[in-house]
Design a protein around this ligand. Structure first.
Ligand SMILES: *[C@@H]1O[C@H](CO)[C@@H](O)[C@H](O)[C@H]1NC(C)=O
Ligand SMILES: *[C@@H]1O[C@H](CO)[C@@H](O)[C@H](O)[C@H]1NC(C)=O
Ligand SMILES: *[C@@H]1O[C@H](CO)[C@@H](O)[C@H](O)[C@H]1NC(C)=O
Ligand SMILES: *[C@@H]1O[C@H](CO)[C@@H](O)[C@H](O)[C@H]1NC(C)=O
Length: 657
């Protein structure tokens, strides 16, 4: 290696770069239209000007100006699949195309019979550990937790501080219904905030961190807000990092996922910024909350970058930023993908083409400030990072498991199908000219995209969304409600409207049937369906054929049912979620519980066992479904802030179980 570096130097190349530090930033449910750079070329209508005043992301914009905007970066349409894809280096369709309950288990498949990434796959952090990196994860995981191998620790992160589920409450760190969108096997009684390091593994036991004591604080950065805790952890990792090794820091925000909760001071801050930019006050509660949360994320990113500079690490740092999917335009998701079509939960650009960029001092000077229009899949970071780190991207562990899986007749694990993209980004070359499998319903074959079947939330939203008409629309039962699979009770979908036709109407669902065909290069907002145009007949049928072929490779093993055993383990661990299969040696010893606590734990455990028993569960679930459907139809998930408007509900109703 040394002589190779010397050879390059004598040839007039700079010395072989050290392995870069990597700061991987993953935002949650971040809408296309909620990032400042995507508002820059907006028109000059009053609404667009208002939109520009509201969307404030100065730190992100500066990183993009100093880096490369990834204009065609694709993910899966929902979170857990995208997160599984990043960590495993497989397209989401080849590792985990569904959001399943973290408590799922299929007793017959000890490799893939759980939520998230199959147990025997090698994570990107494991690979980077092999290459000499120090590896840390902060924030949301959502790629499985059933066994110790499924956790961040099992996937190669030396430390982690965060949560396992899709979401939790930003203040209490609990799994209440309005935070997770499901009634889980543990009746939403568990907390979800855990950590591990070299000497400890288990729930976060710091009472301050778990409290909502600071919720009413007017101070600018209340210390019990979840994102504050994450940010402090990130800054601590950077400050304490021994720069003789490269750092891999995965900063996985909860922001800007529901529940929409922001510290008060940040609501005032965004109000002031909008005013200073010449805008009118927000007329919609959720749009204001979403903007305040976005501002918080942006500022936290700014602080992390500052810390890297202070530590003299920035010049050799590669920053990668993406959202896990497009913004949710249903209420109370409150994102805007303007001017793109669609939302989280569908295959339109608004659902799968995400805000993304690379930045940091590692970006060659001549590429800074450029836009890269080559296709990148979120699975490609695995290959890109292993390539930069100088290790191969083969997954020997998965290969080894396949021998056994084949014997048992169980689904085989896909090899890593990540495309290393660094050279493509640097040389401005499209690394994915071939068909790319987006989901079982969609395929991209640049510049065409085929979208099939039912697609919820197939709408375009304007520059100031959601707004008072959205509130009225919800009040009038015209949607947009969350996508049909978003809300679950004990793993079963809960219908949000009384009939399937009503569900479709209120979720703004359209049916593409055998295929809508769009040209996403010439028509990036997907207004023109080319499917009926005879000129495109052969492209259409070719893509339909390709999708059919590709779907034969869809990885969708039986992940089993919600298991109350997961609740028992959680109850033991301070009522906090964590691994529940072969997890005996995973947890650090817990403090002794007093009699009262043991008694309350016993009662809760017995209650959960009863509710999860065959006899009780069915009637219980169907009763909850009926109640839930009704409640959803009458829920005020947003609020118009224009005082003159009547019929505004006073309370932001929260449907808690
Ligand atoms: C690991 O975490 C525990 C619990 O928070 C803490 O007490 C301990 O100091 C940490 N150890 C290291 C090495 O950071
Ligand atoms: C508990 O968390 C708070 C912040 O939430 C922090 O200031 C304090 O140092 C922590 N205590 C311990 C013992 O780690
Ligand atoms: C999968 O991983 C687990 C845990 O490391 C191991 O015990 C098991 O043997 C592996 N299974 C296969 C089929 O390789
Ligand atoms: C307000 O919301 C509606 C949908 O509820 C949307 O169609 C419209 O474009 C939005 N208006 C603006 C200015 O964004």
């Amino acid at each position: 290696m040394a002589s190779f570096a010397f050879a390059l130097m004598t040839l007039g190349f700079p010395a072989v770069a050290e392995k870069p530090h990597v700061l991987f930033i993953l935002a949650d449910d971040y809408g296309w239209g909620n990032m400042g750079v995507h508002r820059r070329d907006a028109g000059s209508s009053p609404e667009e000007i208002q939109g520009q005043a509201e969307v404030q992301t100065p730190n992100i914009d500066a990183l993009i100006d100093a880096g490369v905007l990834l204009d065609r970066h694709y993910t899966y349409k929902i979170c857990s699949p995208t997160r599984s894809s990043i960590q495993s280096g497989r397209l989401a369709v080849h590792v985990n195309p569904i959001n399943s309950a973290v408590t799922s288990q299929n007793y017959d498949d000890p490799v893939s019979g759980y939520a998230g990434i199959p147990r025997n796959m090698t994570g990107i952090a494991e690979k980077l550990r092999d290459a000499g990196y120090r590896t840390h994860l902060v924030g949301k995981w959502d790629a499985g937790m059933a066994t110790p191998e499924h956790t961040p620790k099992g996937r190669g992160y030396e430390t982690w501080y965060g949560y396992y589920q899709h979401a939790n409450d930003y203040w209490h760190k609990s799994t209440v219904f309005f935070a997770t969108g499901e009634v889980d096997a543990c009746l939403n009684r568990m907390k979800d905030l855990s950590m591990h390091n070299s000497s400890y593994s288990g729930p976060v036991r710091n009472a301050t961190s778990l409290s909502a004591a600071c919720e009413e604080d007017e101070e600018s950065d209340p210390a019990c807000y979840e994102e504050y805790l994450f940010k402090e952890r990130v800054l601590e990792i950077i400050r304490n990092h021994d720069v003789s090794s490269p750092l891999f820091l995965f900063y996985s925000f909860h922001l800007i996922h529901t529940p929409l909760q922001a510290p008060k001071a940040w609501l005032h801050k965004i109000d002031d910024m909008v005013k200073a930019a010449g805008g009118k006050p927000f007329d919609d509660q959720n749009r204001r909350l979403y903007a305040a949360m976005t501002l918080y994320m942006d500022a936290a990113i700014g602080e992390a970058v500052e810390a890297l500079k202070k530590k003299d690490m920035y010049d050799n740092t590669l920053i990668i930023f993406t959202s896990d999917n497009g913004g949710p335009i249903y209420e109370p998701g409150a994102a805007s993908n303007h001017p793109l079509r669609g939302s989280k939960y569908n295959d339109w650009e608004g659902g799968v083409r995400t805000n993304a960029f690379v930045s940091g001092g590692f970006i060659p000077a001549e590429r800074r400030g450029k836009k890269f229009e080559g296709i990148v899949n979120v699975a490609d970071w695995y290959g890109t990072l292993t390539e930069l780190a100088g290790v191969d991207m083969e997954d020997k562990k998965a290969e080894a498991a396949n021998g056994w899986l084949k014997q048992k007749g169980l689904p085989l694990l896909h090899p890593v199908d990540s495309v290393p993209q660094w050279k493509n980004i640097i040389n401005d070359k499209n690394g994915r000219p071939d068909a790319m499998h987006l989901s079982s319903k969609a395929v991209l074959m640049w510049p065409y995209k085929l979208v099939t079947g039912k697609q919820p939330l197939s709408a375009w939203v304007g520059p100031n969304y959601p707004n008072c008409s959205t509130v009225k629309s919800i009040d009038d039962h015209n949607g947009p409600l969350p996508a049909p699979d978003d809300v679950k009770i004990f793993g079963e979908s809960m219908p949000l409207a009384p009939t399937p036709e009503e569900v479709d109407r209120q979720t703004w669902t359209i049916d593409c049937g055998a295929g809508c065909l769009v040209n996403v290069r010439d028509d990036p907002t997907e207004h023109v369906n080319l499917a009926a145009d005879p000129k495109y007949a052969s492209i259409l049928s070719k893509m339909q054929e390709t999708l059919k072929e590709m779907n034969k490779d869809l990885f969708n093993p039986d992940r089993g049912l919600d298991r109350v055993a997961a609740c028992d383990v959680a109850i033991e661990q301070d009522r906090t979620f964590g691994p529940f299969v072969h997890a005996e040696d995973f947890y650090s010893p817990a403090p002794e519980k007093d009699f009262g606590q043991r008694f309350r734990d016993q009662v809760l455990s017995m209650t959960l066992h009863t509710l999860n028993s065959d006899k009780v569960k069915e009637p219980f679930v169907s009763a909850l479904k009926k109640m839930g459907t009704k409640a959803f139809q009458n829920m005020n998930t947003d609020k118009c802030l224009v005082p003159s408007r009547e019929a505004v509900s006073e309370q932001y109703t929260q449907f808690t179980v």
